[in-house]
Design a binder for this molecule. Sequence first.
Ligand SMILES: Nc1ncnc2c1ncn2[C@@H]1O[C@H](COP(=O)(O)OP(=O)(O)O)[C@@H](O)[C@H]1O
Ligand SMILES: [Mg+2]
Length: 593
Amino acid sequence: MPAKGRIVRIVGPVVIAEGMKGSQMYEVVYVGEEKLIGEIIGLEEDKATIQVYEETVGLTPGEPVEGTGRPLSVELGPGLIGSIYDGVQRPLPSIWDLVGPFIRRGVKVPPLSRDKKWHFIPKAEKGEKVEAGDFIGVVKETPLIDHYIMVPPGTHGKVVEVAPEGEYTIMDTIAVLETPDGKKELNMVQIQPVRVPRPYKVKLPASGLMATGQRIVDLFFPIAKGGTAAVPGDFGTGKTVLLQQFAKWSQADVCILVGCGERGNEMADVLTGFMELKDPRSGRPLLERTIVIANTSNMPVAARESSVYSGITIAEYFRDMGYDVFMMADSTSRWCEAMREVSGRLEEMPGEEGFPAYLASRLAEFYERTGRVITLGKQERIGSVTVIGAVSPPGGDFSEPVTQNTLRIVKVFLALSKMLAERRHFPAIDWLESYSLYIDAVADWWNKLGPWKEMRTEAMAILKEEADLQEIVRIVGPDVLPEREKMILESARMIRDDLLYQSALHEVDTYCPPEKSIKMMEVILKFHKLGMQAVQKGVSVKDIKTLPIRYRIARMKELPYDKFIEEVKKIEKDMEEQFQNLIKSKVMEAAAR
Ligand SMILES: Nc1ncnc2c1ncn2[C@@H]1O[C@H](COP(=O)(O)OP(=O)(O)O)[C@@H](O)[C@H]1O
Ligand SMILES: [Mg+2]
């Protein structure tokens, strides 16, 4: 019997209720006459502390609080893809809900359509023994996604009936199992508590490149499938743009974009874009592989937490079908700030900078749900969940607790630099401060396309040397540098401007396939090599700078892939010629003297 209590106190997003005997920790409750959605986050005898996922303004003591007997959960099934949800998985009827004053309360709209019919094709047979994760059937959710209907976690038995191929709603029974607890009817919906990770067979190391289409990330600071990454940066350094670029162009099967406490108009803009943009690999609209969860700054603070957990749970569900899922959370700092606010209202003992002591463990638990796994189910498959979180440290100070605790967990650190953003060098990822611990995990993937690891090491060494030389230049000026070092500065400039700089706003350059990225790096390093050889033969860097090929190298990024492939062959040939001519004229000049 779910509890029926009364509100005794309201403190911001937190409500204290009495008469809640029999409730459970993390049980969902309906708060007030309007039945706002809340979750029990503290329980002492019959007194429950409830975090309310909707606006609490107007609630009064004495209003009823009703237990539901179930934990905060998401509904999983066909219809998720292309959906735009708020923090408690209510579909947003219009993206403009993201912008306007957000006042909908207590509305219980089901997350997945009850009426829509899906074309179900059975995959299991009558008499077959099935376990959790086994495929019962499949529906084509979008042209890009086959949505497998799986035996839910914790269930096993013998198939006594399976629906024939045909049109069904998600609530129609599509199979009946004979289980140890009796007959069980299965439909196409799974209800999954969001705080409980979905089970899998084996966790594997992150491996293979989660190609993002952003050169500096893919080439220099790669994210592996099943990996974790963070993008900390001050206001305006490009966190949101970068995460949205990932949602648009990464080579994931399913992308989940969680907007958490950030501005609604940014999300509305990106969504309008998603409806028009096409996946470069399939040519299909991007929304056919995307799910958006939006808890924007105008929405209730506590639901930031549920939006993050809902996102990761949906990610695990598609992972379990064998997909590579990529989730972006913008911004995890806003979620942590919500934790701080709720904790403060509860008068818990504050930790560093007022954040609760459990900040670190919450973050760790969340990122722990990423990974590449052998999924449950007899149809052998590997799926993965990759997560990148934006971090917004106040004043861009990376020493604050959220950044520090995140850094301890994630394996890729994309540090955004205020200085680069001010110079309009985008993405403003600081190449000296950032790192990826997945170099070996993605080396095999990359090496199919070329000697990536060696080239990456060389390019980064040039940038490192540039940074050291700049110190000298600052003191004594550039003229005293030997030609060899001037060449380093020139090559470094090309790496920065012609390779790492990438405009999200440029029609072509917004997305760079890995095949193109690595070839661009190769061409620039070749220029560097030829330049160094020329310098040794007495050519001055001043003359190298006048070579017309430099202009064509700078334009490579603007060429669509097929044109680029043609042009790059010519560039390589012409580049050799131009350097040879330069050396020849140098030799002749010397002979004439
Ligand atoms: N990759 C990029 N290409 C072009 N412009 C960018 C890029 N990243 C950021 N910008 C510019 O910087 C602005 C701020 O970026 P934004 O992602 O909103 O910052 P943040 O989320 O860190 O506050 C954008 O509106 C855009 O003009
Ligand atoms: Mg932002």
